[in-house]
Design a protein around this ligand. Structure first.
Ligand SMILES: [Zn+2]
Length: 280
């Protein structure tokens, strides 16, 4: 028995796939009007709507150039003068105003909320995320290559203030940075400046330890490096599990700090001595 094939009227329907002719005839004759789709607007520099914000222009530029701009990344090469930063602060103020409006906070009448949007914008750019927008601190290196060069371990304790990328809650603690001196040395305060420059961003403590180790290696030329961080996290204390005495420890060890048990022990003994000297 054979069954005759009957085309399904819906599936096999002949659809006219020609685009309709434009019927827009303002001068009595058809005019072709290009309609900008949402995708058109996203492509390239984003179209005129998007480009009125410098922040959008810079985002598209970084995407085009393959530049990563995560919360913990430094993008100072795109903020090449103070006017750029001022403009970005203005734009962020506008955006924070909208956030306050959406939170149903009366920023017109509440005297404490009047300038909050601008305060937030300035705080992000100039303080809690300053390490994203500012270039690396100058760290002049001094030669350490004479006969009586310093060959020992150097451990510097640096106060840290950071912010978690997940909740934008404060992270505060200390980093202990240890190196075996290489052929150059930097001023003692520079270790802390570099650590704070890495910390003043949206970070994860694990990544922060790596970032500090990498930047210290760059500045000093040292390959034997240890970074130990202990910090308390606002996102564990103020919300979520509300754990008020939680402490997070992370360690990154490179070169002899990793491979030589004597060096490793000396580093952690030094940390204990520091903690006895000034507990925290
Ligand atoms: Zn968090």
């Amino acid at each position: 028995m054979t069954t005759e094939f009957k085309p399904d009227p819906v599936i096999n329907a002949k659809v006219n796939q020609e685009f309709k002719k434009d019927e827009y005839e303002p001068l009595g004759k058809p005019v072709y009007v290009k309609k900008e789709t949402a995708l058109d607007a996203m492509a390239g520099d984003g179209g005129y709507q998007e480009e009125k914000y410098l922040g959008n222009y810079l985002r598209f530029k970084m995407k085009r150039e393959g530049k990563r701009f995560w919360a913990g990344d430094n993008i100072s090469e795109y903020i090449d003068n103070d006017h750029v930063k001022e403009q970005l602060i203005d734009e962020a103020t506008e955006a924070f105003e909208l956030v306050l409006d959406r939170l149903l906070i009366d920023r017109e009448n509440d005297p404490n909320s009047k300038g909050t949007a601008r305060r937030l914008a300035k705080m992000y750019f100039n303080e809690i995320m300053a390490g994203r927008y500012e270039s690396a601190p100058d760290a002049t290196a001094f030669p350490n290559d004479s006969e009586d060069r310093y060959e020992g371990m150097l451990v510097v304790r640096s106060e840290l203030r950071s912010m978690c990328s997940h909740h934008h809650q404060p992270v505060s603690g200390v980093a202990y940075i240890g190196i075996i001196a290489a052929s150059k040395l930097i001023g003692l305060s520079k270790y802390t400046r570099i650590a704070q420059w890495c910390a003043r961003r949206g970070t994860l403590q694990e990544e922060l330890a790596n970032d500090i180790a990498r930047e210290i290696a760059k500045a000093t030329g040292a390959t034997d490096i240890g970074v130990y961080i202990q910090a308390v996290h606002g996102c564990c204390e103020n919300r979520g599990i509300m754990a008020h005495s939680s402490l997070t420890q992370t360690t990154v060890l490179k070169g002899a700090f990793k491979d030589d048990s004597g060096t490793k022990k000396e580093f952690f003994d030094n940390i204990k001595l520091q903690q006895e000297f000034a507990p925290r």
